[in-house]
Each structure stands twice: as C-alpha cells, then as structure tokens.
Design a protein around this ligand. Sequence first.
Ligand code: 9MG
Length: 282
Amino acid sequence: MQTVFAPLHVGRYCFPMSGEAHRPLVMGILNITPNSFSDGGHFNSLEVALSRAEQMIAEGVDIIDIGGESTRPGVAPVSLQEELERVMPVIYALRDCGKALSIDTYKPEVMREAIVAGVDMINDINGFRAEGALTAVNDSDCGLCIMHMQKDPTTMQEAPQYGDVVAEVTAFLRQRVFDMENVGISRERICIDPGFGVGKTVEHNFTLLKNIGRLQQECGLPLLAGLSRKSAIGAITGKPVDRRLAGSLAAALAAVMHGARIVRVHDVAETVDALKIWQAAA
Ligand code: 9MG
C-alpha cells in the first residue's frame, strides 16, 4: 500500500503523486560540463546540450535537470561565473520546450538567475543550506528538491559514518522541510532525496533504498531517487561507469517499487520503457 501524497507543484507544472493519474516521473540529467563535450570547452556546448535535450524529450522525459557543476566525488567546484555561463544559455534556449526544467545547483545566485529565466524546479544537493538559498527560492513557485549530503562533494566519500543512516537522513530532511515551511514555503512544492552515493557507503545506499517507504512516510513527502550509473551500482555489478545501464535500470525499478515518485537518470529511453513494463505488470 503506497503512501498518499498531494500533487507536486513544480513551477508551470503540477504532477500527481498518488492515485490513478500518477506514474513514476523520469528526470533526465543534462550535464553542461566541459568534459560532457568533445571540444572540452564552451564551443559547441549549447548545440550539443540542446540536441541531447531534444532527444530526451522524444524519449519521454518529464523533467530536464540542467547542471553546470559535476558532483562526482573529488571533482573541483566551479566558480559562480563559470556555472552561470554554462547553464544560463541552455535554460533560455529550453524554457519553452514543453517539459519542466530543473536547475541542479547549490548556489543562491544561480537559483535566482535560473528562476528569472523560467526554470520550474531547483535541485539542491546541499539541501538549501547555503546562506541566502531559502530567500532565493521563497518568492518563486518553483518545485524544490532537498537532497541529503554528508560533508561536501570534495570530502563526502572519505569514510562516511552514521549510527542509523535511515534515522539520520530522515531527521535531516525533516528539519530542512521544517525550516522551509517556517519561511513560508508550501509543502506542495517540496520533494525529498536521500542523496544516494553522496557521503554514503555501498551498504548505506542499499539500506536507504530498501527504506524509501519509511523515509517518505516519516517526511510526508514524495521522494526522488538518483542512483543512475553511481558507484554503488558498480560495486555490486563490478562494471565501470559506461557499462552500468542494466544495473541503473534495476536500481530505478527497485526505487519505484519501494515507493519513489521520481527517478533521476542518464538513460531516459531505457528507463521510460522499463517503467512502462513495470507499471503494466503492477
Ligand atoms: C545533482 N545530483 C547528483 N546526484 C543526485 C541525486 O542523487 N539526487 C539529486 N536530486 N541530485 C543529484
């Protein structure tokens, strides 16, 4: 029996999270980082990003998550200016593409600019903890994804430790939801994310995966799961990052089976197909 949630309000879109009208949503990852492009820089990057977005739309994506800074463990942060130069042209070019646009950032300045440009959702791996983050999103109608992360991307995988990972991640997310509601942000705009692979061991990740139902129930909000191609998949399958498609599909299905309402993935077409079969068989 799945927990019943109110629809999620994400800018110009409203997604049912329960009942007949609900189906698991697919958030497609659109990374605008130099190593995503063959020339290793800005040249051509807009064209490549738009063509990838077009492909994701044709494949059935629901939300396009645009990110200008890699969150892979150990990758150096990028400057505010560099991040804006990477993501803003893509947001402006895609804002009327007919799909919800999300910006993956923890910088309040990027959130503000992206909101002005018309994004529908802010996906913050830092859980809106940066000074000014809540103020940046407060007056908008954007959907907000609060992710849990222990430490920061440069240090998060240095021996992550928890007493009870599910209880600690739940407590963090509940506190952030409380802080958001305290500044007047409506719950209808919020989804939660345990942050698979960020400050977690393989065991922590699978414990959280199995406890998605509990996390959602205790926070009272729909959950977004991002496991696609992550090292936890590689740890179980023994496969390098470019051969983790099957593992990622299984992880997305497992997340949805445990109740996740949104999955964040690289491989949109394959995930959409897998979810269609899972739904037909449910
Ligand atoms: C940006 N990013 C990288 N991993 C992520 C995850 O698991 N969830 C969300 N919401 N964003 C992520």
